[in-house]
Design a protein around this ligand. Structure first.
Ligand SMILES: Cc1cc2nc3c(=O)[nH]c(=O)nc-3n(C[C@H](O)[C@H](O)[C@H](O)COP(=O)(O)OP(=O)(O)OC[C@H]3O[C@@H](n4cnc5c(N)ncnc54)[C@H](O)[C@@H]3O)c2cc1C
Length: 349
């Protein structure tokens, strides 16, 4: 096969690799993506919720003021370009667990930092929703049908002959000071976006990924009829009339991609804390999140090979983090714009 010169070789087409490819194509860069489709990749399993205010203390997510508007704009552009809908802006109804929750809400609501995110609270909403302490409305939230984006973008890459549907073989990579050779490809830059499978990447083996398996159920309910997203330690995400995604769990250091009996019970118990409605499990899904101990992505350059980069560690927040950090990485590669120290791949040594 004739040698093909490209500028960027990208390994992985989850949401990270997709966003990076999107920006590079918009710049008319010559790219090639290598990805072996995996139905249980984190991006294909993700519930896709972006909740700007999380945890018991109802704290704003890291950098959310910057991440959210950027992500929304980019996803809306991509929806137009790919002619598919995958982004749904809607509030999250946070079911309070105690009187304390309500007090925290009322206090934070007075804080200008939270004006954009915390709305009113209601004593109750839909039939069958259990809310003895009330429900706070989180504004500026959204959910994204990530698999729809991944599929549509994959289709585009295939049509333009930019995707190699194959497993990347690290041993076949050759490098010199000008870049890389991989089979018939000659690339100036190489960016790894492999999700949790980066644990098998020998070039970044010093990065301590802590894999977090996530599981969710798709349940059918005769009694619960709502279009609202509910949250109380877990999410009820309406998908179609009477059908909901319920999740997700956190299981550390388990690389199996099936839902355990224990998790099934845990999720159903959480369902019954939120609602008195019936639920029948119709589907189960599990995938592995690429998570870091400090809950920050890993974005940057290899210490020894200056043309080699990593874009990973999106953890539980791939939807909000991937657009912004893909773009930041491109700015870093092309213009030397510094990346935040918090995402430095060398921070662990
Ligand atoms: C149950 C669950 C629920 C979640 N819910 C949410 C949520 O509500 N909101 C949110 O923002 N995030 C959520 N996430 C997290 C989100 O899914 C991740 O942050 C994000 O998908 C990570 O994307 P990625 O592109 O880094 O990795 P991945 O999605 O894992 O993609 C990596 C790709 O690289 C490919 N690959 C890897 N190695 C190779 C190789 N050697 N050769 C070829 N191809 C390779 C893989 O096959 C895959 O296609 C959830 C995750 C799970 C599991």
């Amino acid at each position: 096969m004739m040698e093909e010169e490209i500028e960027y070789l990208i390994v992985g087409q989850g949401i990270a690799g997709t966003m990076l490819s999107h920006f590079l194509l918009r710049q008319n860069k010559k790219i090639k993506v290598i990805d072996l489709f995996h139905p249980n990749s984190s991006s294909n399993i993700a519930a896709g919720v972006v909740n700007p205010v999380t945890g018991r203390r109802m704290a704003k997510s890291w950098m959310i003021d910057e991440l959210l508007p950027f992500a929304k704009q980019v996803y809306r552009e991509l929806e137009k370009e790919l002619k598919v809908s995958f982004l749904f802006e809607q509030p999250i109804y946070r079911i309070f667990s105690s009187e304390d929750d309500k007090k925290i809400w009322d206090k934070k609501k007075q804080d200008a930092e939270y004006f954009e995110y915390l709305g009113d609270w209601l004593p109750q909403t839909d039939d069958h929703i259990e809310s003895p302490y009330g429900i706070g409305i989180i504004k500026n939230a959204m959910w994204m049908d990530v698999p729809v984006l991944i599929r549509a973008f994959r289709e585009k890459l295939l049509q333009e002959n930019l995707l190699l549907e194959d497993s990347f073989d690290y041993e076949r990579l050759e490098m010199d000071e000008n870049g890389f050779r991989y089979g018939h490809l000659r690339a100036k830059y190489l960016v790894f976006c492999e999700g949790y499978k980066a644990i098998y990447n020998p070039f970044f083996s010093s990065i301590p990924f802590t894999t977090a398996k996530g599981e969710h159920l798709v349940v059918q309910s005769e009694q619960l009829s709502t279009g609202r997203i509910y949250n109380r330690n877990t999410y009820i995400l309406p998908k179609s009339p009477g059908r909901y995604t319920l999740g997700s769990t956190f299981v550390w250091d388990d690389l199996s991609e099936t839902v355990s009996e224990e998790s099934r019970k845990e999720l159903l118990a959480k369902w019954h804390k939120m609602t008195s409605a019936d639920a029948i499990i119709v589907e189960e899904k599990a995938g592995i999140r690429p998570t870091m101990k400090d809950r920050r992505p890993v974005v940057g350059r290899h210490t020894k090979w200056p043309h080699m980069f990593i874009l990973n560690g999106m953890g539980t927040k791939g939807v909000s983090l991937s657009p912004y950090f893909s773009w930041q990485l491109i700015q870093y590669i092309q213009s030397g714009n510094p990346l935040p120290e918090e995402v430095n791949p060398d921070r662990f040594v």
